[in-house]
Structures are given as structure tokens and as C-alpha cells.
Design a binder for this molecule. Structure first.
Ligand SMILES: Cc1cc2nc3c(=O)[nH]c(=O)nc-3n(C[C@H](O)[C@H](O)[C@H](O)COP(=O)(O)O)c2cc1C
Length: 191
């Protein structure tokens, strides 16, 4: 049971990272193997729309020289991928969006290569946001759900907490317990 957390906040010790702590703690307690990637430390260029990946069978095959091929390798390693992000301008952060855009390397739908390299993987969201509940998270959640459908992935749900008082909002018993509960849900889905 392998879980990869892609942590998309530019603040390495901010709200989203804080919410990931009890989540990861519980995942490990439940016997999952967990990897945590801080996207802020990585170079992740935007998709250039060159379609080179569509001609490379059986591997990610992106022509760009940055950290994305290594991240793609970890995504292929995982059974479950958690997109942990603050909501920025109604969606996710720039680096998270670049990763999502560059899903073409997994989906060989548009060239001579065929197949879907990440088919069947489970995808979940951890989100933090300034606005209240679904008003804040709906656009991103809907986008991810549709991307999952398009990519033959299984969307397993979201855990989100509103930023009302900076870090303190993510340290309450309710926030911490919710993160642990979400971890147990993820583990259940992966078994
Ligand atoms: C540039 C920027 C854009 C934001 N846009 C939104 C938004 O569209 N909707 C929302 O609910 N919150 C928005 N927020 C609030 C953050 O999502 C929220 O404070 C989050 O918890 C920050 O998490 P972090 O500390 O992990 O970066 C924005 C914050 C910033 C800095």
C-alpha cells in the first residue's frame, strides 16, 4: 500500500503542510508506505504542448529536462496519489497545475503510442482555503474528478479545512481528527 503526497504549497511549513502531518502519521500507523514531495523544491516547467510524449510507448516520455520525469516515476510507484494544495485563484497552485497539465505523458491518447500508464490508481485531495467549504473547493475538486474519469483513475475524495486563523485552524482537534479519518478512508480504498 503505497501513498504519494504531492504537497503543492509554496509554504513548506504552512497550512497545507500542517494538515498533511496527522494525515501521514495515520497512514503510516495503518501500515502504508508514504512518500512526501514538496513541489516548491522542484523545477516543474509548464507543458509545452509538443506532443513528444505521445510518440513514446510504455514510459512517461516527456522531452523536457526538469524534475517532472522523477516525480512521474514516483506517481507510477504509488497506489494512491494525494494532491495536497492550498486553493489559489479558485484552483490549485501553479506547480500542482503544471503536474496536472503534464498528465499527457501518462495518457497516450493522441499519437502513435497507446495506453494509459497510470490507469486504476486512486487519487484524493487535501485542500486548505480561505473561503468557506464547497464554495472554495468545488472548481478544483470538479476538475480533478473529471481528469480522473478521463485518465481511468479512481477519485477517492477530498479532505479540506478552511483557513480562518492561519496555522491554528489546522491544529484543532477537529482538523487533526478529520485528517486522520481521511487517512483511514484512503487506506480502506487501497486495500
Ligand atoms: C495567492 C493566493 C490566492 C488564494 N486564492 C484563494 C482562492 O481562490 N480561494 C480560497 O478559498 N482561498 C484562497 N487563498 C487562501 C489560501 O488558500 C489559504 O490561506 C491556504 O490555507 C494557504 O495554505 P498554505 O499555507 O499551505 O499555502 C489564496 C491565498 C493566496 C496566497
Amino acid at each position: 500500500m503505497k501513498v504519494l503526497i504531492l504537497m503543492g504549497s509554496p509554504r513548506l511549513h504552512g497550512n497545507t503542510a500542517e494538515l498533511c502531518k496527522p494525515f501521514m502519521e495515520e497512514l503510516t500507523k495503518q501500515g502504508a508506505e508514504v512518500k512526501y514531495i514538496e513541489l516548491e523544491k522542484k523545477t516543474i516547467l509548464p507543458c509545452k504542448e509538443c506532443y513528444a510524449c505521445q510518440e513514446v510507448a510504455g514510459e512517461y516520455g516527456c522531452a523536457q529536462k526538469d524534475d517532472m520525469p522523477a516525480i512521474a516515476k514516483e506517481m507510477l510507484w504509488a497506489d494512491g496519489i494525494i494532491l495536497a494544495t492550498p486553493i489559489f485563484a479558485r484552483y490549485c497552485t501553479t506547480k500542482m497545475k503544471a503536474i496536472l497539465d503534464r498528465h499527457y505523458g501518462f495518457n497516450k491518447y493522441y499519437g502513435s503510442a497507446e495506453g494509459c500508464l497510470w490507469e486504476g490508481k486512486k487519487v484524493g485531495i487535501i485542500a486548505t482555503h480561505g473561503y468557506d467549504g464547497a464554495y472554495a473547493t468545488d472548481p478544483f475538486e470538479m476538475g480533478v474528478e473529471r481528469l480522473c474519469k478521463h485518465s481511468n483513475l479512481e477519485y477517492i475524495g477530498m479532505y479540506s479545512v478552511q483557513d480562518e486563523d492561519n496555522l491554528a485552524s489546522f491544529q484543532t482537534e477537529e482538523a487533526v481528527e478529520g485528517a486522520k479519518q481521511f487517512a483511514r478512508k484512503v487506506v480502506e480504498q487501497l486495500q
